[in-house]
Ligand binder design. Structure first.
Ligand SMILES: Nc1ncnc2c1ncn2[C@@H]1O[C@H](COP(=O)(O)OP(=O)(O)OP(=O)(O)O)[C@@H](O)[C@H]1O
Length: 344
């Protein structure tokens, strides 16, 4: 049974439809990122799961129990969800310890103490329980908010852009830390972000939004390698497109010659489309007679990014070879892989 199940959920603000017919499931211990540009409805779905926003159609269940829908609406505090926000939302007048235990009810005094010690150790803040939030760094405050959300043992953790106020240098480390804590506790989580990089690091699955719809969801690798639209492909990383004509189940004709796919294409012969190529799927070779020319070069440490002109098409190519220079003629080849073609 899935921990969280969202079926055909529609939600609106004053009659304006914001979420349309959303479907999503989450298994125990899985982390899903709700990913998409500003205003596409990610936070609205998170609020609907939390019980802070109603739904007009569909159903939201946790562990098989209906929380919203089918004439039922369970209050937020009875849903067993923990929430972590961008601004930590700690109580400034309470100590770290009191903040962490704030939502924990029905435990004897010694059990509360044990729970607090366990939480402080989990988020690596042992010894700081008497401090006040203003005496902590931003990262430490965020860890207090995680400890607080975990302290009452939620079924599901909801995180709304929790890393956006964290310094870029510590953000990556902190994401891995929190991910490890959730995994250690086998807590399922829904994570809202507009950053694909954060989604890749933090989540197991992605649900990509566009204007109130989930346009594709699944493992991050699947969406990256096999996007179902140019919108998904472009959102998840740098893209290049070459005009192609489908020749057979495995071959297309392109400005780089005939290219072969390692899996069958699902398009009719003769149709025209755009072949998706990621920067790392093309290789450059120096060749004075080459079809293409290096226009620009950016050194990025482990790789170089080149802008290459092929006829009148500009392509972004990533290469471990650093020695190509602007103005140099080159040949381009495509590493064999499952080709993705979007039909015009
Ligand atoms: N309380 C509200 N009343 C009316 N409209 C709202 C309300 N809250 C959000 N909206 C609208 O609903 C849409 C979705 O907003 P939502 O906050 O879910 O987007 P988001 O994807 O989380 O964006 P962001 O990344 O900027 O937080 C937007 O068009 C927004 O203007």
């Amino acid at each position: 049974m899935s921990t969280l199940s969202i079926s055909n959920v529609t939600s609106d603000y004053q009659g304006q439809v914001i979420l349309q017919q959303l479907n999503l499931t989450l298994q125990q211990g899985e982390i899903v990122a709700l990913l998409g540009p500003s205003g596409c409805g990610k936070t609205t779905l998170l609020k609907a799961i939390a019980g802070l926003q109603g739904i007009s159609q569909g159903c939201i269940k946790i562990n098989g129990q209906v929380l919203s829908g089918e004439g039922v609406f369970i209050a937020s505090e009875q849903r067993g969800v923990g929430m972590i926000f961008q601004d930590y939302a700690l109580f400034p007048h309470l100590t770290v310890g009191d903040n962490i235990l704030f939502g924990v009810k029905g435990l004897a005094q010694h059990e509360r103490k044990t729970r607090l010690i366990e939480m402080l150790e989990l988020v690596k803040l042992a010894g700081l329980s008497e401090r006040y939030p203003h005496e902590l760094s931003g990262g430490q405050q965020q860890r207090v908010s995680i400890a607080r959300a975990l302290a009452y043992q939620p079924e599901i953790m909801l995180l709304d852009e929790p890393f956006s106020n964290i310094d870029a240098q510590v953000r990556h480390e902190m994401m891995l830390e929190i991910r490890a804590i959730l995994k250690q506790r086998n807590v399922s989580a829904v994570f809202v972000t507009h950053s694909k990089d954060e989604a890749f690091v933090f989540a197991d699955k992605l649900a990509l939004f566009e204007q109130g719809h989930i346009v594709q969801h699944g493992a991050a690798e699947t969406l990256y390698a096999n996007p179902n639209s140019r919108y998904v492909a472009d959102f998840l990383g740098t893209t290049n497109y070459l005009p192609v004509t489908v020749l057979s189940d495995y071959q297309v004709k392109s400005p780089l010659g005939v290219l072969t796919s390692s899996t069958a294409l699902s398009h009719a012969v003769e149709v025209q489309g755009q072949l998706l190529l990621r920067p790392q799927q093309m290789m450059l070779q120096a060749d004075p007679q080459g079809l293409a020319e290096v226009v620009d070069r950016r050194f990025l440490g482990t790789v170089c990014h080149y802008q290459v002109k092929l006829n009148d098409i500009y392509l972004d190519v990533s290469s471990p070879i650093m020695s190509f220079a602007a103005g140099q003629r080159v040949n381009l080849t495509v590493a064999e892989h499952p080709l993705v073609v979007f039909i015009d």
